[in-house]
Design a protein around this ligand. Structure first.
Ligand code: GLA
Length: 727
């Protein structure tokens, strides 16, 4: 049993294999947080100290104040002055929010969240539902806690139902709030921009509120929803880490606040900006799921647990199987899609060991550049004279798979769909709409639009042997309103838009069963757990330069595994360094799901032969990378030589292997040329390195392999160690 209730002390205890989370119902009314950390038998409970100027009405004794206590689910407007989890405008128009504990239930498995992606339970998952009631507003609040014991993860979400006759309105919704003693933490987060996602930053907490968020209608390239609090001094291998993430792809807020008493509150959720949800009688709101994890063993273990969680509980179950090596047409053709050229690509791709041709943008409507055609989902008959099905069958006849690009959420003003239905865009009445990449966003709050898209794509793709869909999303939401929503529900548009997106995804998953989806938003603009639940992989970045990828992939590995990270080798150019640059690109792309993006017809025989060899090696090691444990060794964010190194380790079955990567972009630091890379290995065991044939003892690997970082700039090295009997 992982969740327990101690009735005498009114204490809830949630356990994972290595962590414990405890809270109590104080005075029979208030859920107060007591402990989150390493699993221990008799935890010391922190009790908050009462401070003057803290209101204590509705308290159990004079010194209990919601302004000082560690509240499980802090409420706006009733004396807790820190950042709160819920703001509710009640029947009298004020935002005084008071929910009182009214009961609980514990069950095996989990409660589903209607309309939204959520984590699949582990075999031993259990869920606590905690009920709270605001009598004045006739509202019931349910807090959901699901434990994922193996991954040491606890997830949280809430629902709120209005059982009264008068409407209420949720104005801030945070799925998770956690109070921690002290503030000796660094906040670690991933910021970025288009072409440069997932840049790591680490800053000490200060007194006051610090947050990262997206107001873009997408989880965004700019800030990823993942954050961690690392105890000052914690590193890859040591130290307390609390990590958080949100299973949602729209606007989010990750709030961290160090309060007057020097304690830290973390809250993760949709937030309040551009968000509201009006609830009429019997209407219910469900928040997205947020997750949290604790480890005492540093950032490396945090990531390995997060990776295991994504693979086991988030990604579609077949995530690690049958991942095709694709040849995507984008960088080679852009909008100049030509059937014969693609068939020639296919012949050559087959010889190189590639599995699939993905026809990217430009195959439909009048889409000859990025200024028109989105929304007009019919096959361009000049580009495919005998239709899509015929073309796809020709590709299949060559023994390849067939993939295709779509951007269903968007519409170009220069399109038949816009001319017929200008009111189907998101927009604000009376306002001119801003364009981005010459496009507008379809109003997926409007069920009519979602229905139209379902019918349109079924009409065009039914009967076509499609194996893979690349689903793109190439702008953010600016004038967010919906012509389909009434005046007093306009601030629901951003969230309802996401619900429409999720509905459309579910339609694709069910209707085109077995078709693999690659998510993309100009690269990693929706690199989040919800998209990972709906797709098999994500195009990590539009930037395929290995020096940029070195950082982007390293940064995203903090929270996300290689099994979702789509990485393509793009054209290294025709210089005398072509083969070395091809090798550097390939070795970088090997850190995820390998693919190619270049005009292979224009490449020399030598390059094509090399691609064949690259794919052979990838097939040999992909399982270690996709399903193994990742250990980061040298961070490209921390050294001056632009070096990065990490390895994946996999034990089990008949093989035990480690694959070590090290990259050198540019050596700016002449002195630091030698690096010791320490690799976890067993005492008394021997490991053969695949390329050199050299045998190393476990002790040798643990004490470190020496790499020479003064080797050529822009190069990558790989070492593959396999357990062997022979010394
Ligand atoms: C986005 C994607 C690219 C490509 C183009 C097509 O930028 O990230 O990979 O699909 O759109 O327009």
């Amino acid at each position: 049993m992982y969740i327990d209730f101690d009735r005498k002390n009114m204490r809830f205890m949630l356990n994972t294999d290595n962590t414990a989370y405890i809270f109590e119902i104080v005075g029979g009314k208030f859920p107060v947080h007591r402990y989150y950390g390493k699993k221990i038998d008799r935890p010391e409970f922190m009790k908050a100290k009462y401070h003057s100027f803290s209101p204590y009405q509705f308290c159990t004794d004079t010194y209990f104040s919601v302004a000082d206590e560690f509240m499980e689910f802090p409420l706006f407007g009733s004396g807790d002055f820190r950042c709160t989890a819920l703001k509710l405008r009640g029947i009298n128009g004020d935002c005084c929010t008071q929910f009182i504990y009214s009961g609980y239930s514990i069950k095996n498995g989990r409660t589903e969240i209607p309309g939204m992606p959520f984590a699949r339970p582990e075999k031993n998952s259990e869920t606590l539902e905690l009920y709270m009631r605001d009598e004045l507003n006739s509202c019931t609040l349910t807090l959901y806690y699901t434990v994922f014991p193996e991954c040491d993860i606890i997830s949280r979400s809430f629902s709120l139902i209005n059982e009264g006759k008068t409407a209420v309105k949720i104005e801030k919704a945070m799925s998770l709030s956690l109070d921690l003693a002290g503030h000796e933490f660094d906040l670690i987060s991933l910021h970025g921009k288009h072409m440069m996602e997932c840049m790591m930053q680490r800053t000490p907490l200060f007194y006051g509120n610090q947050s990262i968020m997206s107001r873009r209608g997408a989880s965004s390239h700019q800030f990823n929803p993942f954050i961690a609090l690392a105890l000052s001094g914690a590193d890859e291998e040591h130290g307390d880490i609390y990590a958080f993430n949100l299973v949602y792809s729209g606007n989010f807020l990750d709030e961290v606040e160090v309060d007057h008493a020097g304690n830290t509150r973390v809250a993760i959720g949709i937030g309040s900006e551009n968000f509201g949800m009006r609830l009429e009688e019997n209407e219910e709101f469900f928040s997205p799921e947020a997750i949290m994890l604790y480890t005492e063993n540093g950032l490396g273990e945090m990531s390995r647990k997060m990776h295991a969680f994504v693979r086991g509980c988030i990604s579609p179950p077949e995530i690690c199987q049958n991942r095709p090596v694709v040849l995507n047409t984008w960088e080679a053709c852009h909008f100049k899609i030509d059937e014969q050229l693609l068939l020639d690509f296919a012949d050559e791709a087959k010889k190189c060991g590639i599995d699939m041709i993905v026809v990217d943008d430009g195959w439909f409507g009048e889409r000859c550049d990025d200024r028109r055609g989105l929304g007009d989902w019919y096959v361009n008959s000049e580009k495919f004279p005998s239709g899509l099905r015929d073309f796809a069958e020709k590709i299949k006849d060559k023994g390849l798979k067939f993939g295709i690009w779509i951007e269903p959420e968007m519409i170009s003003p220069d399109s038949g769909l816009y001319r017929a239905h200008p009111e189907w865009c998101l927009g604000c009445t009376g306002r001119e709409l801003s364009l981005s990449r010459s496009q507008l966003v379809l109003d997926l709050c409007n069920p009519e639009v979602v229905k139209y898209l379902k019918e349109t794509f079924a009409g065009i793709f039914d009967g076509v042997p499609i194996d893979y869909i690349k689903w793109d999303f190439n702008r953010h939401l600016s004038e967010v309103g919906s012509y389909a929503l009434p005046y007093d529900r306009q601030d629901e548009a951003t969230h309802r838009y996401m619900l429409g997106v999720y509905e459309l995804y579910r339609f694709f998953i069910n209707h085109f069963a077995g078709v693999m989806i690659e998510n993309c938003s100009g690269g990693g603009g929706r690199y989040d757990l919800a998209m990972m639940a709906l797709s098999s992989q994500i195009w990590t970045s539009d930037n395929t330069s290995p020096s940029a990828r070195m950082k982007i992939q390293y940064g995203s590995s903090l929270a996300y595994p290689a099994s979702v990270m789509s990485c393509h080798v793009s054209d290294p150019g025709n210089s005398e360094n072509e083969m070395r640059l091809l090798d550097f690109r390939y070795k970088t792309a090997l850190g995820g799901i390998l693919g190619y993006e270049m005009n292979i017809l224009k490449k020399s025989v030598q390059v094509r032969k090399e691609i064949l060899e690259q794919i052979k090696f990838y097939r040999m090691v992909e399982d270690i990378i996709k399903t193994g444990d990742m250990y980061r060794l040298i961070s490209p964010f921390e050294n001056t030589s632009e070096i990065s190194s990490y390895y994946y380790a996999k034990s089990g079955g008949s093989r035990t292997e480690r694959i070590l990567f090290s990259f050198l972009q540019r050596n700016r630091d002449e002195k630091k040329t030698l690096y010791l890379l320490r690799i976890a290995a067993a005492d008394g065991a021997y490991y053969r390195e695949y390329f050199s044939g050299k045998v190393y003892s476990g002790e040798e690997l643990r004490s470190g392999i020496c790499i020479n970082a003064s080797a050529e700039d822009a190069s990558g090295q790989i070492m593959l160690f396999e357990l062997t009997d022979k010394a």
